[in-house]
Ligand binder design. Sequence first.
Ligand SMILES: [Zn+2]
Ligand SMILES: [Zn+2]
Length: 276
Amino acid sequence: MDEDLFRVKFWGTRGSVAVSGPEFHKYGGNTVCIEVQCGKHRLIFDTGSGIRQAGEALTREGVESIDIFYTHCHYDHIIGLPYFTPLYDPKMSVRLWSGHMAGIMSTAEMVRQFMRPPWFPVEPDICKACLNFSDFRPLDVLEPYPGVRIITDRLNHPGGCVGYRIEWAGKVLALIFDTEHEKGKLDPVVMKLIEGAQLVVYDCTYTEDEMPRRFGYGHSTWQHGVQLAAAANIGGFALFHHAPSRTDKSLDEFEKRSQERFGGAFAARDFQVIDL
Ligand SMILES: [Zn+2]
Ligand SMILES: [Zn+2]
């Protein structure tokens, strides 16, 4: 295997709630889950419904150690966790990290509160994998493995959300999942996280036309995203966290219009794989 491999797999690109149907065939309907491969290390960012198939693939590949990083725990980012079969496999080690609720709730408590009756039939004790929990605070720099450097900061989202800048083998991937912008203003926190990145994955839930009705929901637009992209000297820009109402047709149109403003823009789709 290429030791410098830096691979991004989109297992779920939808925000809010999973969708299915012929009008979502191209981009898919799973909620947020991205796998990042840094050499032999496997990192997963959020456990939306897309993580179910990620789990099956990781098992097939014989992976035995996985790190899961949460941006935050809104349902679309956590709902798939109980269906991640590596949790029930005694050969697996899974480490879960979160930083958005630092001082309020630990990562272990967050998972325990979510995975229990009456919302779910069983509690995390049923998991046979070796589970570890790590807590951090936004602005901490994490180093889960030698050479994998993860810079974190707090995004503008109700209840908090962590933005990640992952540095590996001289390249950079930035994950800005849920964040609200102020029209025409380049958020310095976001700018710092994305500056010079080979790929930025960005919350494009709404359009600028929709924003006036959506203030305070904590999301951004593709129009604002490409403005950030152009200012931050980045390579690729992935439109991400698609609203449930976006059909393949509307996402094709957003992709085309965003490319006219920033050449590296594309609408991310489920199961897409990109090597940085
Ligand atoms: Zn979300
Ligand atoms: Zn959210």
